[in-house]
Design a protein around this ligand. Structure first.
Ligand SMILES: [Zn+2]
Length: 379
């Protein structure tokens, strides 16, 4: 091949490559509101599965979700987590093995939980679950202000308060939440908007399936490099005392994750360059009589879990390390997945240790200027 032809071909290949493959890493964060570690690691709980007060058809629920062995039971409930993430990623929070993930905020409800995980620090001031604008900066805003991620950060959430929690107006992180119409004019967005308009019985939480379809379509069309999907129906049905629907919603969320990961790995833009981080904002009561609720007074509400999988993440599976991780470490962990420091000059929590192949020494944020407040009584 003579030289000019070779150069033309090279230029062509470079253009092709840059049009398809993403140059810097991507991350997808998914939260399943109020999902207990007990179900994630042990599968369905027998006493709740067989109580007609909580599970209206106990026979059917047993057929679908029960097995004597916890290792099989959890696979029935969350097959993607236990068939794929457990082999190629990490799962943290099985307290039976001494591996703990705990919220650092006192309140153990949603707004303080999301604030903690995305700002990297618990707020000692009580923020109720109301439409109040969050004064704190979060990791998504931070990433959206970096050259490599500018305009490439998007969030789709079921709970309608997320535009307030994530400070949508301030830094132009696009947040679509509740039954807010999609801005897109493509046929799928138009169809989703039509379906949304038809939903008559609305709560403050959009159907997770709609949220997921919005995110899936946006990914396909716009290729965001940082995507957040906030699902919320499991928490909603738990509050109604419906263990049967809580399990079904959890199972559905697992199927969405499965499809999401498949789409990531079959799209040249995302393939082998995208990590997924999955977690929850709070736990729930740890007794058969209080599993459905959560908050400051309910024991177990601070106990959570986390899963992650992707190029830089050590495939350790279910972590058996005696370790205490806090929800507040998530913000720095998300940015570390991308190889970026979040929290420079801020007193935010460090990324989770033991999660990354090459350690996190290079990614540790500099020493905080303001020392972290002590976490009395929150072990
Ligand atoms: Zn709740």
């Amino acid at each position: 091949m003579n030289r000019p032809k070779y150069l033309v071909l090279l230029a062509f290949l470079l253009i092709q490559f840059s049009a398809t493959k993403s140059q810097t890493p991507n991350v997808v964060v998914v939260t399943l509101d109020g999902v207990r570690w007990q179900e994630v690691f042990n599968g369905a709980e027998y006493s709740l599965l067989t109580d007609e007060k909580y599970s209206h058809d106990t026979g059917l629920m047993r057929q679908q979700y029960w097995h004597e062995e916890a290792s099989e039971r959890r696979k029935k409930l969350m097959p993607f987590l236990w068939n794929v993430v457990s082999k190629k990623g990490q799962l943290l929070g099985n307290r039976k093995l001494g591996n703990k993930v705990t919220v650092a905020n006192l309140y153990k409800i949603s707004y303080p939980g999301y604030n903690e995980m995305f700002s990297g620090k618990p707020d000692w001031l009580f923020i109720p679950n109301l439409a109040v604008r969050n004064p704190r900066n979060n990791v998504f805003q931070y990433l959206n202000n970096l050259e490599s991620y500018k305009g490439k950060v998007a969030a789709f959430c079921s709970w309608q308060l997320f535009p307030f929690i994530l400070n949508e107006k301030n830094d132009a992180v696009q947040v679509n939440a509740g039954y807010e119409a999609l801005a897109g004019t493509d046929s799928t967005s138009v169809l989703i908007n039509e379906v949304q308009e038809q939903v008559k019985e609305r709560t403050n939480t959009r159907h997770d399936m709609l949220t997921y379809e919005c995110a899936k379509n946006y990914m396909k069309l716009h290729h965001p490099k940082v995507l957040y999907i906030g699902l919320g129906e499991a928490d909603q049905y738990a509050h109604e005392g419906r263990y049967d629907i809580y399990l079904q919603k959890l199972h559905q969320a697992d199927l969405m994750l499965e499809e999401l990961w498949y789409n990531i790995q079959t799209d040249p833009f995302y393939k082998d360059n995208t990590s997924i981080v999955i977690t929850t904002d709070h736990g729930r009561g740890n007794k058969p009589g209080n599993w459905y609720t959560h908050g400051f007074w309910i024991k177990g509400s601070g106990e959570t879990w986390m899963a992650a999988m992707g190029p830089g993440i050590e495939p350790k599976g279910e972590s058996k390390d005696k370790q205490q991780v806090h929800l507040k470490q998530l913000a720095a962990t998300i940015s570390s997945v991308l190889g970026v420091h979040f929290g420079q000059n801020l007193s935010i929590a460090a990324p989770i240790e033991g999660l990354f192949n090459d350690g996190i020494e290079d990614l540790q944020p500099p020493k905080p200027i303001v020392p972290e407040m002590s976490l009395i009584g929150l072990k």
